[in-house]
Design a protein around this ligand. Structure first.
Ligand code: FES
Length: 146
């Protein structure tokens, strides 16, 4: 007798800036570039609007990983929203580590509107990395650290 083992498929939430990464995702789609369907994109006006609590909320609500996709440095439509996010991101990674959560579960990537191929490769590599980490069981993590 053998058991059918279900293959783990990561659930990734993507907070994507409408001016760059979200448009890059659109381009990947319209160009029919293949990439894993594991990401649920959420359009935001700028990565500077992605409060760390939104990332924690996504993880505690069942996401196995979060991608923050923004404009390349110097290209932010709101001057320096992406640079503010970069600083917050480092703090967020420290916080995750203290919770016992692998910091690789959250990524910050710069993807321009013309980089559909790059967007696809980012999603592909993130999906693979989280697949290797396994599911994030937020409740278990919090109970163990409490
Ligand atoms: S407008 Fe894209 S990151 Fe700020």
């Amino acid at each position: 007798m053998y058991e059918l083992q279900e293959k783990f498929e990561p659930r990734i939430v993507g907070f994507l800036c409408r001016w760059c990464a979200y448009t890059g995702a659109d381009l990947a789609g319209t160009s029919r570039i293949k990439y894993p369907p594991n990401i649920n994109p959420i359009r935001v006006n700028c990565t500077g609007r992605v409060d760390p609590t939104l990332v924690l909320k996504a993880l505690s609500s069942g996401a196995d990983g979060v991608l923050i996709g923004g404009c390349h440095p110097g290209d932010c439509h709101y001057t320096n929203g992406n640079m503010k996010t970069l600083r917050r991101f480092k703090l967020l990674q420290n916080m995750l580590t203290q919770f016992g959560i692998e910091k690789e579960r959250v990524r910050l990537e710069w993807v321009s509107a013309s980089e559909g191929e790059r967007y696809a490769r980012v999603v592909e590599s993130m999906t693979e990395e989280i697949r290797n980490l396994g599911p994030l069981n937020w409740k278990r993590m919090v109970e163990v650290t409490a």
